[in-house]
Design a protein. Structure first.
Length: 309
């Protein structure tokens, strides 16, 4: 089982047009939430660990998880409100403004970490849940505690405009990356994490030196690659589709990548450092395939396994 640990929120997405007038439609979302949904729809055993409200939006989030066959027994429920993200789309590209003060997802106690089932082979972290305390410290502490026995995966999915204390955020990411086995970053994330003129492959290699056995890099229209082993590199191209929008594209890519490794029995702590190039490339291909489906339709709507055949 893969336990996805991080934010669940409501994306308020504009609908309509300039002539008829626009409105905002609520959609269940959040980077880690989207990856959990993607895994469930690909028939991978997945569970979601997050702070989720008892309010109307929280019920929508829990229902969406259950509908996508994601276990909800690790949800930490409270009466605090649900985090809201207001989405602006321009030429299919999404930007976000978050409302996250005093929410169910944010107010998690780092001194009250939950038990993780023995059936969990891997734990996935990332998104805005790593930005603001106390939840950010909760997730880092959880990853550190579990890293000796489970594969730790992270996609920071950096939202620079949401970061108020950059020094604290960088320090937190450094602690987390030190215990991560698989780190996934976009080219934009990579340039933020490792500033300077070095190439993306050089920057990815430098991050591997900080802890991860595998660094996966997504590069938009240039496809995806992974750096691993003795500086080995494998690549896959992007799948060409008509893009509706990019909401949830990276999150869905992660679900495809992890789904392949999980189904092949490769998400094991004692073997993650020795994955073969063919296995990593096949995982990249499935990630690219499911991401292509998601960007071809509106919002974060990962495909079901039967849609890939």
């Amino acid at each position: 089982m893969i336990v996805c640990c991080g934010e669940a929120l409501i994306d308020m997405i504009p609908t309509g047009d300039a002539e008829a007038g626009q409105s905002l439609t609520p959609h269940a979302g959040g980077a880690v939430f989207n990856t959990a949904i993607g895994l469930g729809r690909l028939s991978v055993k997945a569970s979601f660990l997050s702070g989720v409200s008892n309010d109307l939006f929280g019920k929508i989030l829990a229902t969406r998880l259950e509908e996508s066959r994601v276990a909800t027994d690790l949800l930490i429920r409270s009466d605090r409100p649900t985090t809201l993200a207001f989405v602006e789309l321009e030429d299919g590209q999404a930007s976000y403004v978050f409302y996250d003060e005093n929410t169910a997802g944010r107010m998690l106690d780092p001194n009250a970490l939950p038990d993780v089932p023995d059936t969990a082979d891997a734990m996935y972290f990332g998104g805005i849940s790593l930005i603001n305390a106390p939840a950010a410290d909760f997730y880092v502490a959880l990853a550190q505690r579990e890293s000796a026995q489970r594969v730790i995966v992270c996609d920071p999915n950096i939202r620079a405009n949401f970061i108020k204390d950059e020094a604290a955020y960088r320090a937190r990411l450094e602690k987390l990356i030190a215990v991560v086995d698989i780190l996934k970053v976009s080219d934009v994330d990579l340039d933020w994490l490792v500033p300077g003129p070095a190439s993306h492959l050089e920057k990815a290699a430098s991050l591997r030196g900080a802890g991860p056995s595998i660094v996966v890099l997504t590069r938009g229209s240039d496809g995806a690659c992974a750096v691993f082993g003795e500086n080995e590199i494998v690549e896959v191209p992007i799948e060409k589709v008509q893009v509706a929008d990019t909401v949830g594209a990276g999150d869905t890519f992660n679900s495809g990548f992890l789904a392949h490794l999980s189904k092949e029995g490769l998400l094991k702590k004692d073997g993650i450092k020795n994955l073969a190039a063919d296995d990593i490339q096949a995982a990249l291909r499935l990630g690219a395939k499911v991401a292509a489906v998601t960007v071809s339709r509106a919002g974060a709507n990962p495909p079901w396994l039967h849609e890939l055949s």
